[in-house]
Ligand binder design. Structure first.
Ligand SMILES: Cc1cc2nc3c(=O)[nH]c(=O)nc-3n(C[C@H](O)[C@H](O)[C@H](O)COP(=O)(O)OP(=O)(O)OC[C@H]3O[C@@H](n4cnc5c(N)ncnc54)[C@H](O)[C@@H]3O)c2cc1C
Length: 499
């Protein structure tokens, strides 16, 4: 009989990091992944020899002593992953269709202030205040500063304030506001909804330092799995969990679509909460808690282009480009189709040979799941013609917008591939292909809060829906979930000892 201390459903970054912590501490762990590739949103794929990332294109706080570096030490990743530091003076370049200027987000809080102030000399004080506030937010949050205790009042200020109120209180200058918010796609900030802390913690990490993965972020999954197995853990693919069977009030075993069963004392789901709860018996999930969590609104989805360049045609850019059609960077699910795309993120894949030309680029633009929803249930690579036709139309639209930012780029392009919100949903089982899982809303802090424990005593959650999305956010979430078994003070000490 397959019997473990802990079964983890899903091998996304959240599932693997949680499994690593628990297996390293001697618990018997089994990770079950539905797909035929591990990693969830951090899977890589190759087209014409070029490696592309699906999610996790760049990460922050990876300089020695910074938070992700400390995590990566604990996860034995620093010496193994191949990363490239982005340009110190411009890791994100922000531009607007109606403005010839381009604005640099630079690493280091003082440097950030200097570079933005060059473009807004009269607003230097405001820029400096913004940079100081963002720094303070990172320092205030427990776990983001490797401590279990928080400055409660300070944290409350950032969770209960809306990002839009904060930004407009800084300055009436819309262009400067939008430069601060230029990398909005990183957290899908919505006006009058997104809490200040979401923007603060994420931008804080990138201003500390920004890095790209050379050869794709899938390396993270590969190395974590090697380690989990070396600790005696089991990691299996093509095991789609469809049922969590109960004995009394507790789950006794997980059952796959092929009828295989896995018994454990505890179960941790790395899957979005809605499909997780659908695995439980229906009489349990009628309760208010399950209905509340399942109905939390999701973030918008994403349409991505994967560009293969002709040889030696397009220079590698050691920064990310965020381009906005006009002076409005907010994410909106109520967009007019004729206005799409409103914003894009363009990044070149770092050449593995270190050369000056890029082999490929990825372009992302936010898109509602509803645009491709009617083809739900059709099989990847066997979708009907009308699906492929709409996909092609959206590809062209996005490419036209890329060309507005990089005139003549089409001449450097050899081929273009794309993925839709449905592709993302089918690869990760994330409800509505939500790019970052559930939405954070400062108006509904307690209603939308997802804890690591659930109302089933031996079912826990991990991944981007608890805590925060992203390589860093999911790491903090894994720590929170694993602490239920091992204690937070103990784990924090272990992590600090590694640095
Ligand atoms: C387009 C895009 C760009 C991004 N860019 C960045 C970035 O630049 N930097 C950054 O830090 N973050 C980025 N992110 C966010 C980051 O990638 C995610 O927050 C993180 O990888 C999510 O990890 P997770 O473990 O929570 O979930 P997932 O990766 O969604 O993992 C869930 C796993 O569960 C599996 N699963 C689902 N159902 C079942 C089942 N029934 N049985 C078994 N297994 C199941 C899925 O197949 C999947 O492997 C990006 C995300 C996207 C989508």
């Amino acid at each position: 009989m397959n019997k473990y201390d802990i079964v983890i459903i899903g091998s996304g970054l959240g599932g693997l990091k949680t499994a690593y912590i628990l297996a390293k501490e001697g618990l018997s762990v089994c990770v079950l992944e539905q797909g035929d590739q591990f990693g969830g949103a951090i899977q890589n794929f190759k087209r014409e020899g070029v490696v592309f990332d699906t999610g996790a294109h760049y990460v922050g706080a990876l300089d020695q002593g910074q938070l992700l570096h400390r995590f990566f030490n604990y996860f034995d990743l620093n010496s193994r992953v191949n990363v490239k530091r982005l340009d110190q003076d411009c890791f994100d370049k922000i531009s607007f269709g109606d403005d010839d200027k381009q604005y640099a987000h630079a690493m280091g809080f003082d440097n950030f202030t200097e570079k933005i102030s060059l473009a807004f000399p009269k607003e230097r004080e405001i820029v400096s205040r913004y940079a100081k506030d963002v720094k303070k937010m990172g320092d205030a949050f427990p776990l983001f500063n490797m401590s279990a205790t928080s400055a409660v009042e300070e944290v409350g200020k950032y969770t209960k304030t809306s990002l839009s109120d904060y930004i407009s209180s800084l300055t009436p200058n819309k262009r400067l506001q939008n430069v601060f918010l230029g990398s909005n796609l990183l957290y899908t900030g919505e006006e009058n909804k997104t809490p200040l802390y979401v923007h603060g913690l994420i931008t804080n990490s990138y201003i500390q330092s920004s890095y790209r993965f050379v050869g794709g972020s899938g390396q993270l999954a590969e190395f974590l799995i090697d380690s989990i197995r070396s600790f005696g853990g089991i990691v299996l693919k093509k095991k789609k969990v469809v049922k969590l069977n109960m004995k009394g009030s507790r789950i006794s075993h997980a059952e796959t679509d092929e009828g295989e069963v896995f018994f454990a004392d505890h179960f941790i789901s790395n899957v979005h909460p809605k499909p997780t709860f659908e695995m439980l018996p229906a009489d349990i999930t009628k309760k208010v808690y399950f209905r509340r969590v399942s109905s939390i609104e999701n973030t918008v989805s994403v349409f991505s282009l994967y560009i293969v360049f002709k040889k030696n045609k397009f220079k590698y850019l050691n920064y990310n480009v965020y381009h906005h059609r006009n002076n409005d960077v907010w994410t909106s699910k109520k967009y007019n189709l004729s206005d799409w795309p409103k914003s894009l993120l363009f990044l070149t894949q770092p050449p593995e040979n270190g050369g000056e030309f890029a082999d490929g680029a990825t372009v992302m633009s936010l898109m509602n799941y509803s645009e491709f929803e009617k083809w739900e249930g059709t099989e990847i690579e066997k979708r009907p013609d009308d699906y492929n036709e709409l996909k092609r139309i959206r590809e062209e639209r996005l490419l036209d917008f890329v060309e507005e930012r990089f005139p003549g780029i089409r001449e450097s392009i050899q081929s273009v591939y794309s993925s839709t919100p449905l592709t993302y949903k089918d690869y990760t089982a994330t409800a509505e292909g939500a790019i970052y899982g559930v939405t954070r809303d400062f108006n509904a802090q307690s209603r939308n809060a997802i804890m690591t424990n659930t109302k089933v005593p031996n079912l826990y959650l991990t991944g981007q829906n608890v805590n925060l999305h992203g390589v860093l956010g999911v790491g903090v979430g894994a720590l929170m979930t694993a602490s239920k078994f091992l204690g937070m003070d103990y784990l924090l000490k272990k992590m600090s000892d590694g640095e």
